[in-house]
Design a protein around this ligand. Structure first.
Ligand code: SF4
Length: 257
């Protein structure tokens, strides 16, 4: 049976209407295929409107802002905005702390995204309990991000997610961790239960692939052709990965939750 959406991830989806345009201000952009301009960190994008909406939202790819169409803050923006109770980054008194909080909460929310899936998919009760404990700690950290050592939490999560992955995949599947598979034709490879952690799949041909139980954590799927592929059972995927890949109506996407 294919897994349903992992519960407890509702707050990990961006709600731009409840944010103050943090993703359009905090990060730096460099002119590239993803961004049409150079923008220093902490400076508002010239296309950000007075009410924190993007004034070119319906023309982003045409104007060279493809990076904005795939970006995902994992819901960090609205969490940070809510914690400042109506004040925003235009107020110099809160600006530095708000920017720092956004950078921390964004990383914590990404971690929570994976931990929620680990919690929902892990067949081992003891491991699941460990995941649940860490998940709780990360949630608490996101409530008070001021002094959080994100790296410490990431270093705890990494092996745990690896153990969950192995438990879900039953120890089988190809080990393609970190492999450079850019541009490769993988249509005939057996990728069920494979670990593709950190693999470079840039522009790879994955058409028609069955990615059931394949671990996609950190895989670079930019331009990877997923038409006709089945990802309903894949592990540790993100919206950013899927938006950056080539998909169409024949791609079977994972449950969103
Ligand atoms: S182009 Fe629009 S979405 Fe992209 S950073 Fe600027 S304001 Fe934000």
């Amino acid at each position: 049976m294919r897994p349903a959406a992992a519960p407890g991830r509702d707050h990990l989806a961006a709600d731009c209407a409840a944010c103050v345009g943090l993703c359009c201000v905090v990060p730096a952009f460099s002119t590239s295929s993803e961004f049409a301009i150079d923008k220093p960190a902490g400076v508002p994008c010239p296309h950000l409107g007075d009410h924190f909406g993007c004034t070119v939202h319906d023309r982003l790819p045409e104007l060279g802002f493809r990076g904005c169409t795939v970006y995902d803050c994992f819901g960090a923006g609205q969490r940070v905005a809510a914690s400042y109770a109506g004040r925003d980054w235009r107020d110099p008194e809160v600006r530095p702390a708000m920017f720092a909080d956004f950078e921390v909460v964004e990383r914590l929310h990404e971690l929570l995204w994976y931990l929620a899936e680990a919690d929902a998919r892990c067949p081992d009760a003891a491991l699941r309990e460990e995941v649940a404990g860490l998940r709780q700690q990360v949630e608490q950290a996101a409530d008070a991000p001021g002094d959080v050592e994100v790296l410490r939490l990431q270093l705890r999560a990494d092996p745990l997610l690896g153990e969950v992955s192995a438990a879900v995949r039953g120890g089988g599947g190809a080990d393609l961790r970190g492999r450079d598979l850019a541009g490769r034709d993988l249509r005939e490879d057996d990728l069920v239960g494979a670990t593709l952690r950190g693999a470079v799949l840039l522009g790879a041909d994955l058409r028609g692939q069955d990615l059931t139980d394949a671990d996609l954590l950190g895989a670079d799927l930019r331009g990877a052709d997923l038409r006709g592929a089945d990802l309903t059972g894949s592990l540790f995927w993100t919206r950013l990965q899927l938006r950056a890949a080539v998909t169409d109506a024949t791609t079977v996407l994972p449950a969103a939750g």
